[in-house]
Each structure stands twice: as C-alpha cells, then as structure tokens.
Design a protein around this ligand. Sequence first.
Ligand code: AHR
Length: 500
Amino acid sequence: MRARVVANVDFAISEIDPRLYGSFIEHLGRAVYSGIYEPGHPTADENGFRGDVIDLVRDLDVPIVRYPGGNFVSAYNWEDGIGPKEDRPVRLDLAWHTSESNEVGIHEFADWAEAAGTEMMLAVNLGSRGLDEARAFVEYVNHPGGTYWSDLRRKNGRETPWNVKMWCLGNEMDGPWQIGQKTADEYGRVAFETAKALRAYDKTLELIVCGSSTPTMPTYPEWEATVLDYTYDSVDFISLHMYFENHEGDLPKFLSLPARLDEYIQTVAGIIRMTKAKKRSKRDVYISFDEWNVWYHSRDQDRATLQGEDGWPFAPPLLEDIYDFADVLQVGAILNTFIRRADVVKVGCLAQLVNVIAPIMTVKDGPAWRQTTFWPYYFASRYGRGTALNLAVDCPGYDSPVAQDVPYVDVSAVLAEDGSLTVFLVNRHETEAIDLDLALQGLSLSQVAMDKVIAGHALDATNGPEGEPVVPVDGTGADITDGRLTAQLAPLSYRMIRLG
Ligand code: AHR
C-alpha cells in the first residue's frame, strides 16, 4: 500500500500559535497535591514543588497551562487560596466530591509556572459566582498597586503583577454536571457582561468564552451560535473540549475519531464566520481547544469516589488513566488534526498535565514517570512550531461508524523558521506497512535530520514507575532523493521525520 503526499512551500495553512501545545492543571485528584506540589519529596524545591515533575514539564516545553479548572472552578473561591497558608479554609469540592485544603492558590501556582517555564491561562468562576469576583481576581492578578485587591496581593508577598493575558469565562457552562450550569442565553449574557467589565479594565486581555463541552451535547451547535451572538465582539476565542474513548475496544473506530474532531472544528469555524458576517464585525474569533485527550481507562475505578461513597477524601487518585500504545496513535492523530486546522485553532490544552489523564505521572514519595502519550505530545510541542503546510494526500482509507474513507496514513507537516520541515505520521493500518512517497516542492531539504518511531508494541502496552518500554526509537530506511522523501511506515506506528 502506498501513500502519496505533496508538500509545497507556497501552500501554507497558517502560522502555528505556539499555545497550540498548551496543557491544563486542575485542582482534581493528585494533579496539584502529590503531583506538582509535594513538600518533603526528595526533589521538592523551597516552595514544595517537585523538581522531577518540573524537569519533565520543561522537557515538554509547555507554552501555557490553564488553571485552576475545569469543573472545579465553577464552585471555587479564588480568595481561599491567598494569604497565610495556616489561615486558608478547607472547602468541599463539589465537582469531584473531595476536600480542598487551598494550600496551593494563585501565588503558589504562579511560582510553579515560573519554575516550569510556562505561562498561566486563568479561569474565572461563572458557575456559583459571577462578574464581581471575576473582576476582583483580574485586579488582584494584574493590577500594579494602589487599589484594594492589588495591595492585598503585594501584602501577600507578590509586589509585581503577573500580567496574565488569557482568561477563560467559566468552564463547560452547557454541562448538566457543572455547578451553576446555564442555558446558552443565560451564559451568553453573563459572559458578555463579564467580558465588558474585564475589557473596561484592560482592552488587551484575551478572553475565552465557553463553547460546547463535547460535540455530542444536545445543545451543540446551537450553543455556539447563541453564545457568540451575545459575545462575538467582546471575546477572542471560543473554547471547545473533546475526550476520546474506546470502551468497546474497537480500534478502527477509535482511531477514526479525529475525523469527528475535525468536523467539530470546521462546524464551529463556520459558526464563527457566520456570526462575524451577521455582526458586520471586523474582528476575528478563534478556537481555544482547551481540553482534549483520551479519557476512558479510569472511568470505572473513579465511580465510587465521584458518587460520594468515599466521603470527602483529600487528593485521592482520580482520572488516573494509564495510557497504552493505542493511545500514542490517537494522540498523534489528534495533534495532526490541530496542526491541519492551525488557521482557526490557535490554543490547545492537553487535559491534563500531571496525574489526571496526564502524560506525566508521579508516585507519592517516589519517582515521576512518562506515560506512552508523553511522546507524541513531546514531539509536536518541540518540533511542531512554525508554519503548518497544506498537504495534498492520496492514500487508501477505510469506513468506520464515525466517518467514511478515513485515510490509513494521518499526516501533518510543519515548516520551521530555519527551513527544516517536520512531518508527523500515524499509520492506522493494523497489518500493512505503507510506503510513504512525499514530494517536496520548493523546499531545499537534503537530509533526514531526525527520525523517531513508536511501533511494534502490543496495543495494550503501557509504561509505569518500574519501567517505560513504550518509548521512541530511531527510525530506519527514510531517504531523500531528488526532492522526494520515501520511508516505510510500519503497521500501527507513530513516526516523526525531520528534514533539514
Ligand atoms: O479534565 C477533566 C474534566 O473534564 C474537567 O474538569 C471538565 O472541564 C471536563 O469535563
């Protein structure tokens, strides 16, 4: 079987916003406590943050991290997390049926973000609270001084403001599970008024309004149309979320789900364009895909805690999916989809970063380790920056209950500023190797600078604290001759080839 691909230097999709490779930390399970924060851990710094986790986050080169939720934010009082730690209240977290000590709040998270070399993207609570708390939070975080909230921040030990640019106006407000769920009209009004107040403070903030929690919501896509009708001229992004499941163990169907993701993005992009035309607006709104991942492995084991059968535990293990080799292929294909839609998807957050549906896991008092899915995220984040190219692809496909003619080879390509081209490939075929023939037009590339492959594992192969068998190895056989890259893609494989 053969896949013919053409990459032409003049056919660009868009510049990739580096924030496409962002991630997410929520006060949920062990993401914060015994994830990023574990005073007393042998690698902990003076603030209690695990150095081994920070090293792995730095390896991933995560440009931005969304915080503090997620569902958690919809009943969160940000003021609980400021001031002396011993005075902070313990609260019930209604979203995850746990207790929250508030030992980590905005000051601590900001210190962690700085140590991890990433930017913060903050969410305000528009579930149980509203505009007033949101504007106070923004003033606390961003105002230099001389006002009640900014002086309180200074008193609490942070003299200079953090100047956070990206603000999420609530989280998944369409979801019946959300504390303070709203109809599209209710949310549209609140989001508009909140955006107005935040913009009155600072016109340069980048504001994100909630879209649908998933494309299977009954209110999708009417939700997007209504919410954007209220907010189009006041926001910069609409947020989309999607999680990928394989409860049936149907691999071809599972691996075809990125086609649904693509349709979701294209539909919302259409609604954005329709609203822009309707409003005769001059501004553009983009998509912030600020929650995405595979999430299903841990659903059963979490049920008792989420239904309250364990009481209100503090930082229990929750959403600790252990990813397998099949998930490497899926995460690789999802990232390819985002690269191919880089003209409308400007921000993406792999949900989440540590312990909770995460590429990085920790053992309390023990080591941190890399899940299988660490790797496709690592390669995209490290080598997927530059300009996304619009590839012409000719490759056989298959039909699944989700989509027709899903190409066996999923591919994206990114042209870096230094002229190198990185090609990300997933072969979805279960048994056949596919011969790749990539014509490079207008690109002066003469050598394979890097070739990394993840292949040949059992579909359910996983990594763990005792060992990481699912890791990239050097690919072989890739060749450039006369402006053509040829390589053989093993069945069920992930591959990244960088040409220089
Ligand atoms: O990432 C886990 C949860 O998934 C988030 O809290 C919520 O926004 C989504 O439903």
